[in-house]
Design a protein around this ligand. Sequence first.
Ligand code: FES
Length: 200
Amino acid sequence: MSWDSDTRARAEEIIVRYPQRRSAVMPLLYLAMAADGKLTDEGMREVAEHTGMTPAQVYSVASFYSMYKRELGEHLVSVCRSVSCHLLGGDDVLAAVVDETGIRPGQTGAITVEAVECVGACGGAPAVQVDYELVEGVSPAQARALCRWLLDERPGFVIGDDLQARFGGQRSFDWGPAEPVGALGPVPAFEPYGTTGGGA
Ligand code: FES
């Protein structure tokens, strides 16, 4: 067993929300990522132990979904490659990210870079996410500046509105409400894990 007592307690808190222990496998995989900074064999064994599934069953779930990552840098830069972004220069944005970071899609260095399908911001194409925080209307030059900032400044958290103001262009919905919380890291953020943080 590699999880500490807090992580095990969190796992049990999550499991009791479901009718069967095995139904909690997906949130527990996020918990495993948060515990280790990435999804490890040991983390998957912990998930199997807690859910009553076999390690092979846990691995089959983890390997099916791209958001469960075996390697993960300090930040995750996701560049959309679906049709709207493709038509508006998404390939050039991805090329700029690769050139600036030296990291190819699907690879991890100080940060992780990936090319992803539509992130739901087609009206603000080309779209990029950092730790799942959205930046819209990104030019190749802005993508370079964004990556340089991540690599040089190594921010402890990112906030979508801040990223948009600094590195974005035209948004889908400029009239949307301000979002004062952001992401503390590249593990997808949702309750009850507390991976989102205040903006200050
Ligand atoms: S096609 Fe890129 S956000 Fe939808």
